[in-house]
Design a protein around this ligand. Structure first.
Ligand SMILES: [Zn+2]
Ligand SMILES: [Zn+2]
Length: 811
């Protein structure tokens, strides 16, 4: 073996090929090419927030996994469109601008430039001609247009609403952004405030958003998270008559079968009937409790593990099935925002009600019993299991499911119940009292109300504001810019005022994938023909943390655009895969804990290809892995050996043993790559290269050429360079196709079977590995040496040990 081969110099190779790709437009489509593509494959990954100093290793991990997928599809003959962009509006970017004290109008373009440099350096197959930046007027003009389409379609409206308010970020938070009562960004205690807000009526789409999940090829855990978030519950609304009053209390329950066990009622302290229901004797206790609760935030109130608190109002209502009066309480864990703000408490069969009843010595009745269980046996804890009804009058003996229907039917006849479906999904609050976002394109007129800005006046430009810091008033910084918000009503011409809230970043990212193919069009949000050709997205890869917000909002906006007649599909992402997270030396990577690894130094030292292979080798891509930097030597050594083997390869016939291993490897890698099983595919290629180089042997060309193609999705620069050195003029992604394996070459061709006669070895035969017993027997009997020992004797039987030996018994 020669030792003076040219060393693998990743930095030089990578610079060369990145320049080559840019110059030849290897990864970019012209509009004509987008229109002409015969086998389109839209490979989407979640575009980054360019908020911090740069991409960290976790971002590179996600993008590399998605890029490997796109490159693999391309080598399999697909026309792969892999765009990239920047989700550059919003609180992440704005908070970072506040932290470093630079106006986001100056800071964000710098961040975008740095992110772009890093993304190019990692060797992604990104179509930079179709990049989008959500802060550019040519993009947010159409974000505003979408807002107006929803407004005109009756899907956007303004209303007063209690909201989660972070006093430190000085902004409204979605429920999902409140973790254990604290702001997910800054860990401040979240407060509850009332604001006039813009909402999108996503809850009207709840059924469809849930039902469509069945038809989507998505990661299971993501689908489950969506289903939970939508939270459809089938049940009934039941009316409880207030004792001594014409009033009724409406209650939603998913367990009408347990109505006979409803021994008391609990209202939210804010419920409108509390004043009326409260007796004089209880009034001061109720008032004290209500003012106490007013200071608690919504999330804290719903925690199940906290001590139960509550107060009796003094009032009673009638259980509609028993006809008996039950006491009415108020407690903080019942909220107005969910259902009706009142619950029927069934302590026998609900854990929280059981604890509450135990604390306040309220009656506990068993109404469900497991088969064979004694109906009168006392309950030591809430029984949530299945069974039959007991202590339930005429309904005793019915199953839970039958009783649900029967009890609701009977109450419905009396006008006291109605079957109903409830959802956990709330309408989407899209207004933000912040600066860094697209202004909501509405003009408020005293006479006409909220009026849409005419489309011809879009975009409503975000003015440059030096004092962009939000304050505790909860009013947008734009409300301080009089010369901006003073305008005329488009309808009547009177003096009017622009909406000074900006829209939620999640609206920017709810449609960016539709914009990508049409990124260069100024006159339309998306070109109908290109949209029809490229969408819905074939594969979307991103973080599971976006399962409930981004992915839900993108599905909703897509459905709304479909309903409004703008696009022909209602689901945006045919296939979604959530990637895993990587941790650093066993610790979670997070900015606040200083465990973030930046890719730049590693790429400078080992090259992007090595980093890519290393990251994809850390563990199953959908599960993540533990990043330990010393581990990078393995992948680096592998690529160096591959480099050496290809440069040294001889033009001769491949060795059959090596060739068999090659075909086995091709099969394994071809099966695993589409399923994102990258780590095991890389392991198979490493193992194969070891076979090629076993004992210091030099490779034959045919043994390593297919490996160059198979490693290309992971190490695209190295593959390009080797492909060129193998004599090809066109790039590996343009001219090579994915290697195929020959099933006939997968298996050992033959094996040796020992032949015995009367237990003594008399010969060996070669048979095909898949030969059956009959074939083996015939071959054994035909063997020259064996037949000498059989001469003149009768074969009584044969004993075959598959793959090993055959014993011939004669007599
Ligand atoms: Zn905060
Ligand atoms: Zn007007």
């Amino acid at each position: 073996m020669s030792t003076d081969f040219e060393r693998y110099d990743p930095v030089a190779i990578e610079e060369k090929w990145q320049a080559e790709w840019a110059e030849h437009g290897t990864n970019t489509f012209t509009t004509e090419a987008l229109r002409a593509a015969e086998n389109p494959f839209f490979n989407l990954m979640m575009f980054p927030y360019p908020s911090a100093e740069g991409l960290h290793i976790g971002n590179i991990y996600a993008f590399t996994g998605a890029d490997v997928h796109g490159r693999y599809q391309r080598l399999n003959g697909r026309d792969v469109f892999e765009p990239m962009g920047f989700d550059a509006f919003g609180i992440h970017s704005e908070n970072y601008a506040l932290k470093v004290g630079v106006n986001p109008n100056d800071l964000i373009p710098r961040n975008v430039a740095n992110f772009t440099r890093q993304l190019k350096r990692m060797g992604g197959m990104f179509d930079w001609d179709h990049a989008v930046d959500t802060t550019q007027p040519d993009y947010y003009k159409w974000t505003q247009w979408i807002f107006l389409e929803l407004f005109k379609g009756g899907l956007a409206e303004q209303r007063d609403a209690p909201v989660n308010w972070c006093p430190s970020c000085m902004t409204v938070l979605a429920n999902e952004q409140v973790i254990s009562g604290l702001c997910e960004r800054c860990d401040s205690q979240v407060e509850q405030r009332q604001f006039r807000q813009w909402f999108f009526n996503i809850s009207r789409y709840a059924d469809r958003l849930l039902d469509n999940l069945d038809g989507l090829d998505w990661s299971d855990r993501t689908r489950k998270a969506q289903a939970n978030w939508i939270g459809r519950s089938e049940g009934a609304e039941v009316a409880f008559q207030v004792q001594g009053s014409e009033r009724q209390l409406q209650v939603f329950t998913t367990r009408p079968d347990t109505l006979f066990g409803a021994t008391y009622m609990v209202l939210a302290p804010e419920h409108e009937l509390v004043d009326e229901l409260t007796t004089d004797a209880q009034r001061s206790a109720v008032e004290d409790y209500r003012s106490d609760v007013a200071g608690r935030d919504l999330v804290e109130r719903q925690k199940t593990d906290k001590e139960k608190t509550g107060v009796f109002t003094g009032g009673f209502c009638i259980n509609p099935v028993t006809g008996q009066p039950i006491p009415i309480w108020i407690a903080d864990y019942v909220l107005m925002g969910y259902g009706t703000g009142a619950i029927m408490a069934v302590p026998g069969h609900d854990e929280r009600d059981f604890e509450f009843a135990t604390t306040f010595e309220l009656p506990i009745t068993r109404v469900i019993a497991a088969q064979g269980e004694d109906a009168s046996s006392p309950l030591a804890e809430a029984y949530a299991g299945d069974g039959v009804l007991v202590n339930s009058g005429d309904f005793d003996g019915l199953s839970v499911d039958d009783a649900k229907r029967a009890i609701v039917d009977q109450l419905a006849q009396q006008g006291l119940a109605e079957a109903k479906t409830n959802f956990r999904l709330h309408d989407w609050c899209v207004s933000r009292q912040r600066y860094w976002g697209p202004p909501i394109p509405i003009i408020h007129c005293d006479t006409c109300g909220p009026v849409a800005v005419p489309v011809s006046d879009l975009p409503v430009l975000l003015p440059r504001v030096e004092d962009f810091k939000p304050d505790d008033s909860g009013i947008s910084p734009l409300a301080r810019v009089k010369e901006w918000y003073e305008t005329q009503c488009p309808d009547c011409g009177a003096d009017a005022r622009r909406e000074t809230d900006v829209s939620d970043t999640f609206l920017d990212s709810a449609w960016y994938f539709i914009r990508y193919p049409s990124a260069e069009f100024g006159e339309v949000p998306f070109d109908p023909e290109l949209t029809a050709k490229w969408l819905p997205v074939d594969t979307y890869i991103g973080g599971h943390e976006h399962a409930v917000m981004h992915l839900m909002y993108a599905r909703f906006i897509t459905m709304a655009l479909y309903d409004l007649g703008h696009i022909a599909f209602e689901e945006p992402f045919t296939r979604f895969r959530a990637h895993g997270l990587i941790i650093n030396e066993g610790m979670k990577m997070s900015k606040s804990r200083g465990k973030v690894v930046l890719p730049d130094d590693i790429i400078e030292q080992y090259g992007a290809d090595t980093l890519r292979v290393f990251l994809m080798f850390l563990g199953p891509f959908e599960q993540g892995g533990d990043y330990r930097e010393q581990g990078i030597h393995g992948p680096h050594g592998f690529l160096s050996r591959l480099w050496q083997s290809v440069l040294e390869a001889e033009d001769r016939t491949p060795d059959p043993e090596v060739e068999r291993k090659l075909h086995q490897t091709i099969r394994q890698v071809s099966e695993q790559l589409p399923d994102l099983q990258y780590n095991t595919a890389i392991a198979a290629m490493m193992e194969y290269l070891n076979v090629v180089r076993a004992g210091g042997r030099t490779a034959a060309l045919g043994e390593v050429e297919p490996l160059v193609v198979m490693i290309a999705p992971f190490a695209p620069h190295l593959a390009e360079e080797l492909h060129q050195r193998l004599g090809y003029n066109d790039g590996v992604f343009e001219s090579a196709s994915w290697p195929t394996y020959d099933p006939a070459k997968l298996v050992e061709e033959s094996l040796e079977i020992v032949v015995q006669v009367q237990g003594k070895v008399r010969g060996q035969i070669q048979v095909a590995t898949d030969a059956d017993e009959d074939t083996v027997t015939q071959a054994a009997l035909a063997n020259d040496n064996v037949s000498r020992f059989l001469d003149g004797k009768t074969v009584r039987k044969t004993i075959y040990v598959p793959g090993k030996l055959i014993n011939i018994v004669v007599g």
